[in-house]
Design a protein around this ligand. Structure first.
Ligand code: EPZ
Length: 420
């Protein structure tokens, strides 16, 4: 296992570049199951979750070839229709194979994912989506077994108690691409990664309209073909880097990003007193003093992303006055708070709210990462804190950030990766 040793405080200054979005690449790789022709995905980020998805596809008999950052995926005639517990328990996004397997073969067995550090994460909306296409869904021995051939277009509302679901929208869209007739997904997720998946499916020959709005219409086609595609930039990585600039009172240019996907985050950074300039595929964040108090409430896109809540909580922990962060998407996504408090932050949790009393400086401490974005928050806190921080269990970070220590190190952070 690896851990980070971080020496702070540091001020970040310089240019960094944004990678391709993990959360766009994962469903796109799964969507390659929808055709027997090869698909080429470009600028694939080097991340543990991407390797896990490739491993899952290979375990199903799919051919994957990675050269530099280009992945070629061929899901020929012989494809196993099962995603086993061993892989699904490591990565919930394995669930993305459900829709394509069902769409193409009329048969999918996917293990139920089990527990998750950020709270209960049911799959009822995924099942509601495919059931509306006529699939028969059974739970057997810990596996969801879905069958239905042919699938028929249907109308469904994919909204749960916390709003629309990215994963359920994606799975239903993939299954419906090859169903007979028209599917209408109401209360669909509008996240950029859902739009990107729709664009990839369209590049494969699918007929989809309304992606990026709450009503997506899909006219099923008989077959899909291979496509060559470059997914969108990672808005969560870009947002994390922007917060890194703000928390260190630094100045960072983030190249290759899509500022349009970050409007809520840019707005809160400005409210906190940072200067944010936006350009074509570029953001410049400059912060000269402690952030002012800001209230943040996470919400489905275009609201403030839950995937940047932990990082923003770390920023506001070093701010002036009292800020309130409300987590509306995943109810238990506050494990980072206990660790931030060990670094001197003053944060009280009250249900879905974190009440943050800003302190002038955090102090280095030994802390433990609990999930991907919580790990990023601890890294940001540590580069701004006085003294040495040791972050254990950074395998969580490696799932979704490509060499974050190098990226931040190139602009002034002092981070060492140590194997133990
Ligand atoms: C995606 O997860 C992302 N994962 C998450 O990123 C992200 O936090 C989340 O969307 C919200 O933006 C990937 O893209 C791989 P949801 P997903 O279904 O699809 C409830 C990260 O750090 N719900 O939109 O699993 C659910 O419990 C990860 O990169 C149901 O009730 O999220 C939550 O409250 C973590 N029933 C809400 O909907 C369902 O069947 C939104 O979840 C499905 C979800």
């Amino acid at each position: 296992m690896d851990k980070f040793l971080i020496h702070g405080p540091t001020r970040l200054e310089g240019s960094v570049s944004n990678v391709t979005a993990k959360n766009a690449v994962l469903p796109i790789l799964a969507a390659c199951l929808l055709t027997e022709e090869p698909c080429v995905i470009r600028d694939v980020p080097q991340l543990e979750d991407v390797s896990t998805m490739a491993r899952l596809l290979r375990s199903m008999g799919v051919k994957t070839e990675l050269r530099r950052r280009t992945m070629k995926i061929t899901a020929g005639e012989k494809v196993e229709r099962t995603a086993t517990y061993d892989i699904v328990r490591k990565m919930r996004a394995s669930y993305y194979v459900l829709g394509p397997l069902l769409g193409r073969f009329g048969d999918a067995r996917v293990s139920l994912p089990g527990g998750c550090a950020i709270g209960p994460r049911p799959v009822d909306l995924h099942l509601k989506g495919i059931a509306a296409l006529g699939a028969e869904v059974k739970l057997e021995h810990g596996y969801i077994h879905a069958k239905g051939r042919p699938l028929r277009g249907g109308t469904m509302v994919l909204e749960g108690t916390s709003g629309p679901s990215v994963g359920a929208t994606a799975n239903t869209m993939m299954a419906a691409a090859l169903a007979r007739g028209e599917t209408v997904i109401e209360a669909a997720a509008c996240e950029p990664e859902v739009i990107d998946l729709a664009n990839f499916l369209i590049a494969m020959g699918a007929k989809i309209e309304g992606h990026g709005t709450p009503v997506i219409r899909i006219k099923g086609v008989k077959r899909l073909h291979g496509a060559d595609y470059r997914p969108i930039p990672d808005r969560v990585e870009a947002g994390t880097l922007a917060v890194a600039a703000a928390i260190t009172h630094g100045n960072l240019e983030i190249n290759g990003c899509e500022p349009e996907h970050l409007t809520a985050v840019i707005d809160r950074l400005r409210q906190a007193g940072a200067t944010v300039e936006t350009g074509k595929r570029r953001l410049v964040v400059n912060a000269e003093r402690r952030p002012g108090p800001v209230n943040v409430a996470t919400a489905p896109y275009p609201g403030f992303p839950t995937d940047l809540q932990a990082q923003f909580t770390a920023l506001l922990a070093t701010g002036l006055g009292t800020s309130v962060v409300t987590e509306n998407v995943f109810e238990s996504r506050f494990l980072h708070v206990l660790e931030l408090n060990r670094m001197g932050a003053k944060i009280d949790i009250n249900g879905r709210m974190a009440v943050i009393q800003g302190v002038e400086r955090l102090s280095g401490a030994q802390v433990m990462a609990s999930d991907l974005r919580a790990s990023a928050a601890l890294v940001l806190a540590a580069i701004a804190a006085r003294g040495d921080t040791e972050i254990q269990r950074i395998y969580h970070l490696d799932r979704g950030y490509e060499s974050l220590e190098k990226k931040l190190g190139d602009v002034g952070a002092k981070i060492e990766r140590v194997s133990y």
